[in-house]
Design a protein around this ligand. Structure first.
Ligand code: F6R
Length: 234
């Protein structure tokens, strides 16, 4: 696991962009994408680049259960706004938050990951060390699944909603085993409220209590963090 510490979020986004671009130039075609605040700078750099994704596939980590793709809080909507409207991919996949056959949706999503194995995966980090929506306690063998979001996650994500009650309680998420199949993984984390999760992920034991700690066992992971997120590393 390689750890890169930069003085600003912008420099972190630049570093992630360089790795993204290298992967693209070296033939990566299947990109695993994340939502949230963390990748916004990276998506801006990609939007302003000359990269063309018309023969590429994107597969997102997760989507809220119960939100339609047009809902302004859905991750479908976020991805359209932040990337796809400017940089369309040949196919872009996110779980269908309104799927009535939930198990069918989960199985189909996991099948997608076999059809289009991810070459390059972008990850953010929850302050409770979740990746995707794999909350503490999720088995490392977990594949795509429906998740009951942790209270901490609902609280953290309520900043995007009118109030905490409006945050969906469930999401579909790629599992830890699904994420670990990616050939290359780049995780970004910024700010003091991610520092404990970063310290646990990088220097703690590999344990289901710290979902991101599984990344210690992956052969090609780069963690890109700002100084505040690095403040508890020794
Ligand atoms: C988003 C995702 C989550 C976020 C994490 C950090 O698709 O899977 O794991 O990456 O919750 O969120 P932000 O970036 O908003 O701090």
């Amino acid at each position: 696991m390689k750890v890169i510490i930069k003085s600003s979020e912008h420099d972190c986004a630049q570093e992630a962009f360089s790795l993204f671009q290298n992967a693209y130039q070296n033939g990566a075609k299947h990109f695993g994408l994340a939502t949230g605040t963390t990748p916004l700078g990276l998506y801006e750099l990609i939007r302003n680049s000359n990269m063309d994704f018309s023969d590429c596939i994107s597969i997102n980590l997760d989507e809220y259960v119960g939100l339609s793709r047009d809902n302004a809080h859905s991750y479908h909507h976020y991805m359209k706004e932040q990337l796809f409207a400017v940089k369309p991919f040949k196919h872009s996949f996110l779980p269908n938050g309104l799927a009535t056959d939930e198990q069918g949706e989960i199985d189909a999503y996991e099948q997608l990951l076999s059809t289009y194995p991810i070459d390059f995966q972008i990850l953010g980090l929850g302050s409770n060390a979740h990746i995707g929506f794999n909350e503490p306690g999720t088995p490392f063998t977990q594949t795509t699944h429906k998740v009951k979001l942790a209270d901490a996650t609902i609280r953290a994500n309520s900043r995007f909603f009118e109030n905490e009650q409006e945050v969906p309680q469930y999401a579909f998420s790629m599992g830890l085993a699904s994420i670990m199949k990616a050939k290359e993984i780049v995780l970004l984390a910024f700010g003091r409220n991610k520092a404990q999760a970063v310290a646990d992920l990088v220097q703690g034991p590999v344990t289901v209590d710290v979902p991101a700690s599984i990344l210690q066992t992956h052969p090609n992971v780069t963690i890109i963090i700002d100084e505040q997120a690095a403040s508890l590393l020794h």
